[in-house]
Design a protein around this ligand. Structure first.
Ligand SMILES: C[S@@+](CC[C@H](N)C(=O)[O-])C[C@H]1O[C@@H](n2cnc3c(N)ncnc32)[C@H](O)[C@@H]1O
Length: 285
């Protein structure tokens, strides 16, 4: 039984990092007329009400999107992302937060396609309702790791894969590396985004190290790894310290965009004096 509900975490620092990069990646895809297809293997509910009891429980968005919402100047990548969240809040206040499916749908053009997987019955129901009747979006109530095979490579050979599990079960880490390897075997040019939690655990530290050789061997345009650490490790060894994003075949502009954005996220979202970021790239990127 899946216990994780993204509604508890919507708009937190991890969503900020992941969604800012997603917006930048899709902007880059839109620079060419040719159609793209995005597969979101762990899609969540698609959209969240921040005033709802779930989001209010820990009010994580207060240390995520909220501090950015009122900043007068932001680096371009962050400003574009915050603008998307504003579009989702036409009343002007920060009452709702868009998930990756909504952001992708909003940036899609008529020729593009979105394939969504969500296994939690309630969140799948909400997602299916959000996109009911939308012919460009297919919502599956199934395992996204297995499902991605059916959609890669897309006929246009332009694609984005977002792998964003909840890592509720430790096997998710191995499932991620297997899925990335399989996706790149099918489609070496695919832009792959893997989100992972920065925890004080071996699995969390090893994931990017395991992805690097896979990307080095199989990807056509290298990789970038960005990690944002906002919270102080505690002596009990648990709790989310931050999060990381591993992007394979990144847009050529992403490295510089991240270089400008990450220090702003550290300053704005850092919860202790030691908050910091890390940005690494494949040789030659
Ligand atoms: C971190 S949330 C996704 C957030 C979403 N990608 C976003 O950025 O808005 C992870 C989701 O994966 C779902 N999930 C867990 N295991 C899954 C699996 N094997 N296949 C599909 N969905 C799964 C969970 O129910 C949860 O809603």
């Amino acid at each position: 039984m899946l216990a994780y509900r993204h509604a508890f975490h919507a708009g937190n620092h991890a969503d900020v990092l992941k969604h800012a990069v997603l917006v930048a990646v899709l902007r880059h895809m839109n620079a060419k007329e040719k159609a793209w297809r995005m597969v979101d293997t762990h899609a969540g509910a698609g959209a969240y009400a921040l005033e709802a009891a779930y989001a209010q429980k820990h009010a994580e968005y207060r240390q995520g999107i909220e501090p950015l919402w009122s900043l007068p100047t932001l680096p371009p990548m962050l400003s574009d992302y915050v603008e998307q969240v504003r579009v989702f809040n036409p009343d002007g206040g920060l009452g709702h937060y868009p998930g990756s499916p909504w952001l992708a749908r909003h940036l899609m053009r008529p020729q593009d396609q979105l394939r969504l997987y969500e296994r939690h019955p309630t969140d799948h129901g909400l997602l299916a309702e959000l996109f009911e009747g939308d012919r460009q979006v297919i919502v599956e109530h199934a395992d996204g790791f297995a499902g991605l095979r059916a959609h890669l490579p897309p006929p246009s050979r332009r694609g984005v894969l977002l792998i964003d599990p909840s890592y509720e079960i430790k096997t998710d880490y191995a499932a991620v590396t297997d899925a990335v390897s399989e996706a790149l075997t099918r489609f070496a040019q695919c832009v792959v985004m893997v989100w992972y939690p920065h925890l004080d655990t071996r699995e969390s530290a090893q994931l990017p190290q395991r992805l690097k050789p896979i990307a080095d061997a199989q990807a056509s345009k290298g990789w970038l790894h960005a990690r944002l650490t906002v919270a102080e490790p505690n002596d009990r060894g648990f709790g989310l310290l931050g999060s990381g994003l591993f992007v394979i075949n990144p847009p050529h502009t992403l490295h510089e965009q991240l270089r400008l954005m990450l220090p702003v996220l550290v300053r704005t979202l850092g919860q202790y004096a030691g908050a910091h970021h890390r940005l690494e790239a494949a040789a030659g990127l």
